[in-house]
Design a protein around this ligand. Structure first.
Ligand code: APR
Ligand code: ZN
Ligand code: ZN
Length: 361
């Protein structure tokens, strides 16, 4: 029997979001219905609402979520009813070119749920990032669910579903930060601070947090940054070099998505240093660099997409790190809110004082 539940829907470009009744079909083959426990409010949800990601309104927003599996469809072996899960954007197909190359994190032929959730009148919903979790229940592919232990705060570990994973993964997966290395993170919003935490987890000994907002730098220090740089007051390239014996950092992570910070990332790396790009630029942005700067310094340039994560490998491992007290996910939860507060949470994003608002159901 299809179920009617409440969900937060963006009906049209720029319109305020609405808490409305949505219809969840019974799970088909390979699908699961998940009763949502928590869902973080991410910038990407705001971009959907503003029409910046697509024009497939209405969107069922929310994608940074934990829940409990309440129904499974035919042939589901990945999870069972009653499992606590963290949701991820894509169920990898296992067969496309990326999967065959052993890089399922780049899978382009994803096997997300094929049935659609709808409004009461039958209008099909587009779930944000293939999830749609600002709702009492959502329908996903079983492959989008990663089972995790249920003895930890869901609001905290749920953040691994998106922003925090993107940042931690930029450090541990894409940047392959090693014990004793120096890491500079340019831009310490939710993603950059998570990159700081990831660098700390990996054992980096010099972790430099750069931001134009001194409060963000302070926050980064709580999560493991050993040094802070206010890039309004100091040239970050010079500051990073000074703090690394005149060399530059082994790994520089850019988590802003602007030309000037992209440029800083290149110049702030050590010889053979790695530059990791996490901040998403807009299509019109360009930088100009002397080729000798790219060539002569060696090293590598990588962009990091979803922290190059493999949910089945990384989510349980990071939940363990959290339980052991090595990863302070609680620090990312600024406020706990209700489904009715999502619009207000979007407003607060502009203020820049909130790391994460988390909806609890
Ligand atoms: N130099 C340093 N820091 C800057 C600069 C700058 N020129 N401009 C902005 N910042 C800082 C802001 O002060 C803020 O702390 O960058 C941070 C950006 O953080 P958020 O807006 O909270 O964004 P976040 O969610 O962390 O995402 C950052 O990563 O995944 C991508 O799409 C995401 O491009 C975005 C980026
Ligand atoms: Zn997100
Ligand atoms: Zn694939």
């Amino acid at each position: 029997m299809p179920q009617q539940v409440k969900g937060v829907v963006a009906t049209a470009k720029n319109a305020p979001v609405e808490l409305t009744t949505i219809v969840i079909p019974d799970p088909g083959p390979g699908e699961a219905v998940v009763d949502i426990l928590t869902c973080g409010v991410c910038h990407t949800d705001l971009h959907y609402k503003l029409g910046g990601i697509g024009d497939e309104f209405p969107y069922l927003l929310g994608h940074e979520a934990t829940g409990v599996v309440s129904q499974v469809g035919e042939g589901v072996t990945e999870v069972a009813v009653g499992d606590r899960v963290i949701l991820n954007w894509r169920a990898v197909c296992g067969q496309c070119r990326a999967c065959a190359k052993g890089q399922p994190q780049y899978c382009f032929d994803t096997a997300n749920a094929t049935q659609k959730m709808t409004l009461e009148d039958g209008t099909e919903l587009s779930p944000a990032l293939g999830i749609g979790a600002f709702a009492e229940k959502t329908l996903v592919a079983a492959g989008q669910c990663t089972k995790v232990d249920d003895d930890v705060d869901p609001a905290a570990v749920g953040l691994l579903g998106c922003g925090v994973m993107a940042g931690i993964g930029a450090a541990i997966n894409t940047g392959e930060v090693k014990r004793g290395e120096s890491v500079a993170v340019i831009g310490c919003g939710g993603v950059g601070i998570a990159a700081v935490a990831g660098a700390a987890l990996a054992g980096a000994t010099t972790i430099i947090a750069v931001d134009i907002d001194p409060e963000k730098v302070q926050m980064a220090k709580k999560l493991g940054a050993t040094h802070g740089v206010n890039s309004r007051e100091q040239d970050p390239i010079e500051a990073i070099r000074e703090l690394t014996g005149g060399f530059g950092a082994d790994v520089v992570i850019e988590a802003v998505g602007r030309p000037e910070t992209y440029e800083q990332a290149f110049y702030a790396r050590d010889l053979a240093g790695r530059v990791v790009l996490v901040g998403v630029p807009t299509p019109d942005m360009k930088i100009e660099l002397p080729l000798l700067e790219v060539f002569g310094r060696g090293g590598s340039l990588k962009s990091s997409w979803y922290g190059d994560c493999l949910p089945s490998r990384d989510f349980p491992m990071l939940v363990d790190q959290y339980r052991l007290g090595r990863l302070d996910l609680d620090a990312f939860v600024t406020e706990r809110i209700e489904l009715t507060d999502v619009e207000a949470a979007f407003e607060k994003m502009h203020g820049g004082k909130v790391l994460r608002s988390v909806v609890e159901l």
